[in-house]
Ligand binder design. Structure first.
Ligand code: PSU
Ligand code: MN
Length: 303
């Protein structure tokens, strides 16, 4: 049995030519941003990847087919739909087997990227260890995926809706390199500094690409997590965002939000509570990550 993988025309051409590719997720479109900014961002991010010398491959499952690269029509349909399933590692096979439609998280996008031979993936934020995980056991499958699937994921750090020290501990335990790009501190999504040192620092796409290949050469499974600080002009300081996050977390607890619903609920509340400012920053950092991911994908072609 083989899954039906459908490559978009541009991804197909890039694969044939051996030119750089960058994977993109779709949960950020369906569960991470509101319409219509979600589809605008998806288009702009794809354009940014192209402008930086690589081909974008946005992943999704549509009617049981695994799509690597979406057409404009597919992108719009996904962005407009209100009840698309959020697909992580646990959900992917079931969705494909039953002819379903769903958006891929970081974990599922990494799986799709590996199947398509794509080594680099750009997104906004990854899942992690949620605050209160000692009671809820809520640890994102993204972390375990990074431990086993050989894709370098470029994000802007983890959101402070998560417990960042615990997230770093789990990544260390799992043997996942966490690399801050161009600075010593771990970036925290909307802000450039989480107040924690990053385990590793690299200052060039070439070093990140070489490390990616070195892991394979050493027989190590899994990928790398590159944390790229949001551009200064788009940053929201920790003082401003922290109380907003606290309020969103209290509301989630009061409403009994659990499991897959937690991250989308918090993102939506933070958007409302910041009157959309969180989204402006979110878009800027995704574009910044698309540029770095394209540069890493280009560097991988020269090694
Ligand atoms: N963090 C964000 N924005 C997002 C997500 C996480 O800042 O859109 C999405 C990603 O798709 C990520 C998923 O893989 O949420 C993690 O969900 P969970 O915590 O349920 O594993
Ligand atoms: Mn979770």
């Amino acid at each position: 049995m083989t899954p039906n993988i459908i490559y978009s025309a541009e991804v197909d051409a890039a694969r044939a030519a051996g030119t750089p590719l960058v994977a993109l997720e779709s949960t950020i479109i369906t569960h991470g941003m509101p319409w219509p900014q979600n589809v605008d961002t998806a288009r702009t991010v794809e354009a940014e990847v192209r402008a930086n010398g690589a081909t974008p491959a946005t992943m999704a499952v549509i009617d049981g087919d695994l799509h690597v690269g979406l057409t404009e029509v597919q992108l719009v349909a996904l962005a407009k739909a209100s009840n698309v399933t959020k697909l992580s590692r646990a959900d992917l096979a079931a969705c494909i087997a039953t002819g379903g439609t769903g958006a891929t998280t970081v974990a599922a996008t990494m799986i799709a990227a590996r199947l398509a031979g794509i080594e680099v993936f750009a997104t906004g934020g990854v899942g992690g260890v949620h605050r209160g995980a000692e009671a809820s056991f809520d640890v994102s499958a993204d972390l375990y995926e990074l431990a086993q699937t050989p894709v370098t994921v470029v994000c802007a750090g983890a959101k402070a809706i998560l417990d960042l020290p615990k997230t770093l501990e789990v990544l260390e335990t799992l043997g996942v390199p966490v690399i801050a790009y161009g600075q010593d501190a771990l970036p925290a999504f909307w802000s450039r500094n989480a107040g924690l040192p990053a385990p590793l620092r690299m200052d060039s796409p070439a070093d990140i690409a070489t490390s990616h290949r070195m892991r394979a050469a050493l027989g190590l499974p899994g990928g790398q997590l590159v944390t790229n600080p949001i551009p200064e002009a788009d940053e929201i300081s920790r003082d401003v965002i922290s109380p907003v996050i606290e309020q969103a977390l209290v509301e989630a607890a009061t409403k009994g939000i659990a499991a897959k619903a937690v991250t989308p609920f918090l993102l939506d509340r933070i958007f409302d509570l910041t009157e959309g400012r969180s989204l402006v920053s979110n878009i800027a950092l995704v574009l910044n990550n698309a540029r770095l991911a394209a540069a890493i994908a280009r560097a991988l072609r020269t090694i």
